[in-house]
Design a protein around this ligand. Structure first.
Ligand code: TXA
Ligand code: MG
Length: 297
């Protein structure tokens, strides 16, 4: 369901439910998986799902609730679907400064993944009518939340590395952030390549080579199955036995992680992927898999 925040309307789903998260991409018509922000009702709750640094604690105390998103390492026992972070080892978290959004998040009690509530490639919605123009008939509900007072998306700050990096300028100025924590590296200017980490080289790719549209299994290969697994596959991860692209999208990154984690103990040589139709979320799944299969630099 869509709901207003102080920045823009978001399209929210239970972040721990992979199929619900896949439904977000489906509704937005996103041709690829970009990592999504997890929304929480309070910092204490957010910091159960990521490992906060001292800087994160300080900025949260100063700017939350508010238009600031912090990228931090996933906590070891993080229950958020891997699809939310598009397979990255980090998670973007924020506590929105909007009374109704906070009430919704508190009533729900867990993390809510929410990108802006617009069709892919369209501009972000700042009022109910914008959401309906773009998504009416494609989503469950919209919470009437008035006009978003900030009107631009949250500032995204990556605190997962040795120095803080600005990934997206937004509702909190970089000057205000630097007044609290010192110099911040400018990672992105609006519209620059870094604004879409989905396209970054550092984006999660499995250690094992990936082979697409596999019709047979080669020696040592594990299988990412879609439908009945190929004959001879000894190790496989099932994306969707009923060949449902939404279910497969929900399981994609979990599957890549799981097979990768088994590489050493099982002496795996690669991951073969069964053909996935270029329909609906199949497009986004294949986009991600093509990147994973591309020659490494
Ligand atoms: O104001 C906002 O942030 C709105 C409202 C709904 O909260 N949400 C929003 O979400 O703008 P979205 O999906 O349109 O943008 C999320 C941004 C993207 O630039 C994405 O690449 C970045 O956050 N992001 C999310 N997770 C990340 C991660 N683990 N590492 C790096 N960047 C991440
Ligand atoms: Mg957006």
């Amino acid at each position: 369901m869509a709901f207003g925040t102080e920045t823009v309307y978001g399209l929210g789903a239970d972040a721990c439910n992979g199929e619900a998260v896949a439904g977000i991409y489906q509704a937005k018509g996103r041709p690829s998986f970009n990592p999504l922000i997890c929304h929480f009702s309070a910092a204490e709750l957010a910091f159960r799902y990521v490992d906060p640094t001292d800087m994160a604690e300080l900025l949260a105390a100063k700017f939350w609730p508010g238009p600031l998103t912090l990228v931090l390492p996933r906590a070891e026992d993080c229950a958020v679907s891997r699809l939310v972070g598009a397979g990255l080892p980090t998670l973007a978290v924020r506590v929105p400064g909007h009374a109704l959004a906070l009430a919704l998040l508190e009533a729900f009690g867990g993390p809510v993944a929410a990108p802006s509530a617009n069709r892919s490639g369209h501009i972000s919605p700042t009022k109910l009518e914008h959401v309906l123009e773009d998504l009416d008939g494609r989503i469950g509900a919209v919470l009437e939340s008035g006009v978003c007072p900030v009107g631009v998306e949250s500032t995204v700050l990556d605190l997962s590395g040795s120095t803080p990096v600005l990934l997206r300028p937004g509702g909190v100025s970089v000057e205000d952030l630097e007044a609290e924590i010192g110099p911040i590296q400018r990672g992105a200017t609006p519209g620059a390549a870094l604004a879409s980490p989905g396209l970054l080289a550092s984006h999660y790719a499995p250690g094992l080579p990936v082979r697409l549209n596999a019709e047979h299994i080669e020696e040592g290969e594990a299988l990412l199955a879609f439908g009945a697994p190929l004959a001879g596959a000894r190790t496989y991860f099932q994306l969707s036995s009923r060949r449902d692209v939404i279910e497969a999208a929900a399981n994609l990154f979990e599957g890549l992680h799981e097979l990768d984690a088994k590489a050493e103990t099982l002496g795996l040589s690669g991951i073969a992927v069964q053909p996935i139709p270029e329909l609906g979320l199949g497009l986004a799944i294949n986009d991600r898999l093509k990147r994973a299969a591309a020659p490494r630099g």
